[in-house]
Design a protein around this ligand. Structure first.
Ligand SMILES: Nc1nc2c(c(=O)[nH]1)N[C@@H](CNc1ccc(C(=O)N[C@@H](CCC(=O)N[C@@H](CCC(=O)N[C@@H](CCC(=O)O)C(=O)O)C(=O)O)C(=O)O)cc1)CN2
Ligand SMILES: [Zn+2]
Length: 759
C-alpha cells in the first residue's frame, strides 16, 4: 500500500513501538549506561526516533496520533515519575532526574531497583510502583508536554497517553516495610488531584484530547465510576478518551456509558468480540466517540478486511462517531514486516506488523468514509492473501494431526508415582542432600553474541561456530566443577533465546530477523510465529547435552523449553485453538526428551516460566486453560523411565493462583523465582500439598548484587521449615544469561558454601 496523501481518516493507534529504527533506543540507552554516550546525545536519539514515529503515523494518514507513548524504559515507571512517587531509597541517592529514573529501573550498587513483573497477560514487563500510606503525589508533566510539543512542531495535534489512576494504583504494590494489608487504592483521593492538575495543564497548553489507559477495567471496576466522574466533570480539560484493552469490559460498560467523557476505546478482537454484543445490548455509547479496536494489536496476522468492514458497519448507530484502531498499543508487535527479507514472500504477506497495521486501520477508515468501493482493490488483494494462507499446505500436516488424535490419557501420565520414582532416581544419581544446581544459562557475553553474529553473516563457518560454542560449554562445565555444583548444565551458549532457538528448528514455526519486541527496558525478544502444524525434523539439543556430559562425571541436565512457554512467547495461530498447537509442540518435545534419555541424560529440565502469564485475565476462563496447559506439559515429559528425573522452572510469577496446576505437572523437581519473598513460596507449596523436590531461588539473578553466604544460608534455613531436607534443592532463581562471569562466580561460590554448611 502506498503512503497516504489526502484528508485524514478516522483512524488512530493507542500506542506505537518505541524501540527505534534498528533498535536505536536500546543501543543509545545502553551506551549511556556504559558511559559512552552523553545525556544530551541520548536525548537527541530520543527526539530523532520519536520524530520518525510521528512521521510514520502521519504518513499513514491517521487523524489522531498518540504521544507520551515513548519511553526510556517503561510507561508505568514514567507514570510514577509523572505523579512524583519516586521511592525514598531512590530519591535519597541525590542523583539527577535521568539517573534517578534508571536507578529505579535497574538498581545501583547501594539500592535495589523496583520489582519488575508482567504487564497483564503479555510478555512485556513493567516496573511495580511502591506505595505507602504516607506517599505524597506531585505533578511533573514535563515528559508528556515535551512529546506533545514535538508533535506540534511537526504539524501534529497529538493526544498524550497517560496510564490512568485506577490502573496505576492496581498495578502498584505495598512499599517495603509497610503492613501487607495496606491497599494502594486507598491513595486514590490523594492521587486524583494530580491527574486533575495534569488535565488542567494540558488544557492550558491547548491539548485537544488526552488518552487515559485503564486496561484494569477489564477485570476490576472498583472506584471506576468515581474516577471517571471526577475527571470528567472538571471545568477546564481536554476531551478524554478512556482506553480499555486486553479483553471485554462487561461490568464496566455501564460505567463507561454513563461517564462524562468524550470517547471510549474497546477491544473488539478475539474473545473480546463480546464487547460488540454487549455494546449493542446496552444501547451503544450515545453522545460518545467509539475507538473501535478491530485490528488485533497483539498478533501478527493480516486482518480480514472485509470481515472487519462488516463488523464496523454493525457498529453503525452505536456511537456518535467511530474511529478505527488496533485493539491495544502496538508495543507488543514488531515494527515492520517489509524488513523480513529472509521470509518466503508468499508467507510474509500473511503478516501485518505495526507499520502494516497502520495501513490496515487507514484502509478500513477509507472504506467506512468513502464506501467499500473506494477500497475494492485492497479488499481484493487481502482476500487473495487470506485464501492463499487458508489453502496453503504449510498450515496442515496430516501426520501431525493423526498423532495428536491418537494421544491417550496414559501418554499424559508418568508410569509410577513420585515416591517410587524418587527412590529410583536417588539410586541412579547419588546426589548429596541439598543438591546444588543452576537454571540453565550462563552469561551470554558480547563475545558469544558477536560469534553468532559472524556466523549469521557467513563470516564464521558452521564448524568454526560449533567449535566456539564447544569451547564455551567446556569452560562452563569446568567452572561448575570448580565451584562444586552437583547437577551441571551446558550453559546454553548456542541459544539466541530459549524460545527462538527451538522455533528455528521446529517445522511449523518461522523466526524473524528484525522482529524485535520490547520485553523490558532495553531487553528485546524476537517472538517466532507459528504458521502451521508443528513437528520436529531432527533432534535439537542432544549433541550439545551429550558433548557437555562427555566432559564430566557429574550429571548434566538436559534443557528444553516447555510447550506453554513456546506458545506464550510466540505469535500463535488464529485458525485453531491454542490447545491443539500446544499438543503438537508437546509431542515434538516428547521426542526430544526421549532422545535425550536414550543418549544417557538422567535429568531433564523443561522450562515453563510462562505458565502463569498465560493464565486468562478472567477467572472463569482459567480452569480450561490450566487443564490443557498442564496436560501439554505432561504429554511432553511423561514418556520417560521412572529413574529419569524431570525438572521444571518457573519465574515472573505470582504462583498463588496456579499452585494446584504446578502440582498437576507431576515433576520430580521444580525451581522457582521469588525475588521478593523467596521462601514464602516454599511455605505455600508445602501447604498446598506439593509432594516433590523444590528449589526456591536463593538469590535474584536480575540484579548484579552478589548474595553473601550467610544470606543464602538464612534463606535455606527458612525453606527447611517448610520443605524436608531430602526434597530441597539449592539454586539461583532464574538463568544467568544477563549476568557477567565475575558475578556468577562469586554468587555460586556462596551458594555452594551455604549448601555445604547445612549438610
Ligand atoms: N522469548 C523470551 N521471553 C522472555 C524471556 C526470554 O528469555 N525469552 N525471559 C524473560 C524476559 N527476559 C529477557 C532477558 C534477556 C533478554 C535479552 O537479553 N535479549 C537480548 C537479545 C537476545 C537475542 O535474541 N540475541 C541474539 C541476537 C543478539 C544481537 O543483538 N546480535 C547483534 C550482533 C552481535 C554482534 O555481531 O556483535 C545484532 O543482531 O545486531 C543472539 O544472541 O544471537 C537483547 O535485548 O539484547 C530478553 C528478555 C521473559 N520473557
Ligand atoms: Zn527463569
Amino acid at each position: 500500500m502506498s503512503s497516504f496523501s489526502g484528508n485524514p481518516l478516522p483512524a488512530t493507534v493507542l500506542g506505537y513501538p518505541r524501540i527505534g529504527r534498528n533498535r536505536a533506543m536500546k543501543k543509545a540507552i545502553e551506551a549511556y549506561w556504559r558511559g559512552e554516550l552523553s545525556a544530551a546525545n541520548l536525548q537527541r536519539t530520543v527526539v530523532d526516533e520519536r520524530r520518525a514515529v510521528f512521521e510514520t503515523l502521519q504518513s499513514a494518514g491517521l487523524t489522531d496520533v498518540p504521544c507520551n507513548d515513548f519511553s526510556l524504559y517503561d510507561q508505568v515507571l514514567d507514570t510514577l515519575v509523572m505523579v512524583g512517587a519516586v521511592p525514598p531509597r531512590h530519591r535519597d541517592l541525590g542523583l539527577n532526574a535521568l539517573d534517578t529514573y534508571f536507578a529505579m529501573a535497574r538498581g545501583t550498587a547501594e539500592v535495589p531497583p523496583l520489582e519488575m513483573t508482567k504487564w497483564f497477560d503479555t510478555n512485556y514487563h513493567y516496573l511495580v510502583p511502591e506505595l505507602a500510606p504516607d506517599t505524597e503525589f506531585t505533578l511533573d508533566l514535563s515528559k508528556p508536554l515535551q512529546e506533545y510539543r514535538q508533535a506540534r512542531s511537526l504539524g501534529l495535534e497529538a493526544r498524550p497517553v497517560l496510564l490512568g489512576p485506577l490502573t496505576f494504583l492496581h498495578l502498584a504494590k505495598v512499599a517495603p516495610g509497610v503492613a501487607a494489608d495496606f491497599d494502594p487504592l486507598t491513595l486514590l483521593e490523594r492521587l486524583l488531584p494530580v491527574y486533575e492538575q495534569a488535565l488542567a495543564q494540558f488544557a492550558a497548553e491547548g491539548v485537544h484530547w488526552v488518552q487515559l489507559d485503564e486496561p484494569v477495567l477489564v477485570s476490576e471496576q472498583a472506584q471506576a465510576e468515581l474516577v471517571l466522574r471526577r475527571l470528567g466533570s472538571l471545568p477546564e480539560r481536554p476531551k478524554l478518551l478512556i482506553a480499555t484493552y486486553f479483553g471485554s469490559v462487561r461490568e464496566a460498560l455501564p460505567i463507561l456509558r454513563q461517564a462524562p467523557v468524550e470517547a471510549v476505546a474497546l477491544d473488539l478482537t478475539g474473545p473480546a468480540e463480546s464487547n460488540l454484543r454487549d455494546l449493542a445490548g446496552a444501547g451503544g455509547l450515545p453522545g460518545k466517540r467509539l475507538v473501535a479496536g478491530v485490528i488485533d494489536g497483539r498478533n501478527v496476522w493480516a486482518a480480514d478486511l472485509r470481515a472487519q468492514l462488516a463488523r464496523l458497519a454493525s457498529l453503525h448507530g452505536l456511537a456518535d462517531e467511530i474511529v478505527i484502531a488496533p485493539s491495544c498499543s502496538l508495543l507488543h508487535v514488531p515494527l515492520d514486516v517489509s524488513l523480513e527479507t529472509g521470509l518466503d514472500p508468499d508467507v510474509r504477506c500473511w503478516f501485518a506488523f505495526a507499520r502494516q497495521k497502520l495501513d490496515e486501520v487507514a484502509v478500513l477508515a477509507r472504506g467506512i468514509s468513502a464506501g467499500p468501493q473506494a477500497i475494492e482493490a485492497e479488499l481484493q488483494r487481502n482476500q487473495e492473501i487470506l485464501a492463499h494462507r487458508a489453502a496453503s499446505p504449510i498450515t496442515r500436516d496430516p501426520a501431525v494431526r493423526e498423532r495428536v488424535a491418537a494421544v491417550t490419557p496414559a501418554d499424559e501420565h508418568r508410569a509410577v508415582s513420585y515416591p517410587q520414582r524418587a527412590r529410583q532416581q536417588a539410586e541412579r544419581l547419588n546426589l548429596p542432600s541439598l543438591p546444588t544446581t543452576t537454571i540453565g544459562s550462563f552469561p551470554q557475553t558480547q563475545a558469544l553474541r558477536a560469534a553468532r553474529g559472524r556466523f549469521r553473516r557467513g563470516e564464521l563457518g558452521p564448524d568454526g561456530y560449533a567449535e566456539r560454542m564447544r569451547t564455551e560449554v567446556e569452560h562452563v562445565i569446568r567452572l561448575q566443577e570448580t565451584l562444586g555444583l552437583d547437577v551441571l548444565v551446558h550453559g546454553e551458549p548456542e541459544r539466541n533465546d530459549m524460545v527462538q532457538y527451538f522455533a528455528e528448528q521446529l517445522t511449523g514455526f518461522v523466526a524473524t530477523q528484525h522482529g524485535w519486541v520490547q520485553s523490558y527496558g532495553t531487553r528485546y525478544v524476537r517472538p517466532p510465529v507459528v504458521i502451521g502444524d508443528v513437528s520436529r525434523p531432527q533432534p535439537m539439543t542432544v549433541e550439545w547435552t551429550s558433548f557437555a556430559q562427555s566432559l564430566t562425571d557429574k550429571p548434566v541436565k538436559g534443557m528444553l523449553t516447555g510447550p506453554v512457554t513456546m506458545l506464550c512467547w510466540s505469535f500463535v495461530r488464529d485458525d485453531q485453538p491454542l490447545e491443539e498447537t500446544a499438543q503438537q509442540v508437546a509431542l515434538a518435545l516428547r521426542d526430544e526428551v526421549a532422545d535425550l534419555e536414550a543418549a544417557g541424560t538422567a535429568v531433564i529440565q523443561v522450562d515453563e516460566p510462562a505458565l502463569r502469564e498465560g493464565l486468562p485475565l478472567r477467572a472463569s476462563d482459567r480452569p480450561g486453560y490450566l487443564r490443557w496447559a498442564t496436560a501439554a506439559f505432561r504429554l511432553a515429559t511423561s514418556g520417560v523411565r521412572d529413574n529419569t528425573q524431570i525438572h521444571t522452572h518457573m519465574c515472573y510469577a505470582e504462583f498463588g493462583e496456579i499452585l494446584s496446576a504446578v502440582i498437576d505437572l507431576d515433576t520430580d523437581v521444580i525451581s522457582l523465582e521469588g525475588a521478593r519473598s523467596h521462601m514464602s513460596i516454599a511455605a505455600d507449596l508445602s501447604a498446598a500439598g506439593y509432594p516433590s523436590g523444590v528449589g526456591p531461588g536463593v538469590y535474584d539473578i536480575h540484579s548484579p548484587r552478589v548474595p553473601g553466604r550467610d544470606e543464602v544460608t538464612r534463606m535455606l534455613r527458612q525453606a527447611l521449615e517448610h520443605v524436608p531436607a531430602e526434597r530441597l534443592w539449592v539454586n539461583p532463581d532464574c538463568g544467568l544469561k544477563t549476568r557477567d562471569e565475575a558475578e556468577v562466580k562469586s554468587s555460586l561460590a556462596n551458594l555452594v558454601a551455604a549448601a555445604e554448611s547445612l549438610r
